[in-house]
Design a protein around this ligand. Structure first.
Ligand code: TYM
Length: 329
């Protein structure tokens, strides 16, 4: 079986963007592949983080995965910091990654621009190397992510290829899996930038934990345009985003949805998008509540996941250590 690896940061409740851009595809692919899905807590501390929030969010993200349909019997679910090979490979690959290429990462440039110079950690800078290590340790064939991770996948491929060329075939070169619908869910208030939970305006995003009224309200207030026709075009980024959300959930092609709303106003369309989202999220939300009351169950899952992940990761790390010239213990 081919291998999948992917992960999400425990930096709060997941957004509709995380769900439609990545998690929904993880569920779809899980049975066809040998799947490893991870909560990347080590990535989360690259920016300041309260320990109690990190603990809470880590449980939450794990519960979100399972509630969304990830089957813990079928896939390996684990927490990044529990498998020390991630940190170890990351150090080695840091020594095969360059200052120049890391400085060109758009996510680093965006994030560091918002910080005081003395608050930009070395961890934030080498973040993509840790991400490359996550993927390469499992010899992943496929990495299902949203559009914003494409560049990180490219640098992962570059680092892997460089290592393979310097020594010999060591790492599988992974491919991104990015589906057109849902790959970039936009900010509901500024539809030219992506939906992100770090936004200061909470009307900009839908959280998987938002209740029904809040979801309705946020869609009602979503920014559109004055054209007044539901159409899939770059000139109407707000409407295009709502079409994307609707289509990704219902699997209805854009032209059919557009035809349904011919001659109807935006108000009806917005309300219907909200209902589609509410129906999709409702069973997930119920399951999240249930799971978070059963922490023992979640603990069992991530413990057995870590054991399995560790065994796979160790094999790759041993190979790598030998190739760079570390003596065996
Ligand atoms: P993170 O935690 O920011 O996001 C998790 C996943 O959600 C996708 N995503 C979106 N998709 C569509 N529209 C949006 N508005 C949107 N916002 C987020 C992301 O593309 C991602 O797939 N560096 C990664 C985590 C990571 C990882 C990995 C991923 C660490 N190691 C190894 C894959 C493989 C990140 O910060 O994602």
């Amino acid at each position: 079986k081919k291998v999948i690896f992917s992960g999400m940061q425990p930096s709060g409740s997941l957004t509709l963007g995380n769900y439609l851009g990545a998690l929904k595809n993880w569920v779809k692919l899980q049975s066809e592949y040998d799947s490893y899905y991870c909560v990347v807590d080590m990535h989360a501390i690259t920016v300041p983080k309260e320990p109690k929030d990190l603990r809470k969010n880590t449980f939450e993200v794990l519960a979100n995965y399972i509630a969304a349909g990830i089957d813990p019997e079928q896939v390996t679910l684990f927490i990044q910091s529990h498998v020390s090979a991630h940190a170890e490979l990351s150090w080695i690959l840091n020594c095969f990654s360059y200052y120049g290429e890391l400085g060109r990462m758009t996510q680093f440039k965006d994030k560091s621009k918002k910080l005081d110079h003395n608050a930009i950690t070395a961890g934030l800078f080498t973040y993509p190397v840790l991400m490359a290590s996550d993927i390469l340790l499992y010899q992943a064939d496929l990495v299902p992510v949203g559009e914003d991770q494409r560049q990180h996948l490219e640098i992962t491929r570059d680092i892997a290829t460089r290592f393979n060329n310097r020594f010999s075939e060591t790492f599988k070169i992974p491919e991104p899996f990015i589906e057109k619908e849902g790959a970039k869910i936009m900010n509901l208030q500024e539809p030219l930038s992506k939906m992100s939970k770090s936004d200061s305006n909470e009307n900009a995003y839908i959280l998987l934990s938002d209740d029904v009224d809040l979801i309705r309200r946020k869609f009602k207030r979503s920014v559109t345009d004055s054209i007044g026709v539901v159409k899939y075009t770059d000139e109407q980024p707000g409407i295009k985003n709502l079409l994307n959300i609707y289509s990704k959930i219902t699997h209805k092609p854009y032209d059919e949805i557009v035809a349904d709303y011919e001659g109807k106003g935006y108000a009806q369309f917005k309300d219907d998008v909200a209902e589609v989202v509410i129906n999709e999220l409702k069973p997930i939300q119920e399951k999240i509540d249930y799971l978070l009351k059963n922490k023992d169950y979640l603990e069992k899952i991530y413990q057995s996941g870590a054991e399995k992940a560790d065994a796979t990761a160790r094999k790759t790390l041993r190979k790598v250590s030998k190739k760079v010239g570390f003596l065996p213990k």
